[in-house]
Design a protein around this ligand. Structure first.
Ligand SMILES: [Zn+2]
Ligand SMILES: [Zn+2]
Length: 134
């Protein structure tokens, strides 16, 4: 299965061709603060399976060996690599897939750092669009 995706502005496009090793929702503080979001979803691939086919990523060192690859124009986070703890691996922020339903997540990880209220977010009221004032 070939997965395609890209950043918000469209400058960076990528293709992932090969088996997804896993897909996890990460609750760690580094992901949260870099994304500005309560969690980040990561699909994990062998490095050679993922190719940037348009544009060029900027790389930010978010920890000693962690590298976050993002679009310098629109700021969208795309990839994570860490040659020490994840040799030969690249993680894709799978919410940037053209079809984000293509690979459902399989686990929550790093929940030791999860925001406490995230445990019950599935119980909140839902609205198809913004709620209308009464
Ligand atoms: Zn962009
Ligand atoms: Zn994380």
């Amino acid at each position: 299965m070939t997965i395609t995706g890209g950043c918000h502005c469209g400058a960076i496009r990528y293709e992932a061709d090969g088996e997804v090793l896993t897909h996890a929702l990460c609750h760690c503080t580094d992901c949260r603060r870099h994304a500005g979001a309560p969690m980040v979803d990561w699909s994990i691939y062998r490095k050679e399976a993922v190719k940037v086919i348009a544009g060029e990523v900027r790389i930010y060192a978010s920890s000693e060996n962690g590298r976050r690859h993002f679009c310098a124009n629109c700021g969208a986070g795309l990839f994570y690599t860490n040659y020490k703890i994840l040799p030969g691996i690249i993680d894709i922020q799978s919410a940037t897939y053209d079809d984000p339903d293509a690979v459902p997540p399989r686990a929550h990880i790093q929940v030791a750092e999860r925001i406490a209220w995230m445990i019950n977010v599935h119980l909140l009221p839902t609205f198809d669009r913004y709620p209308q004032p009464k």
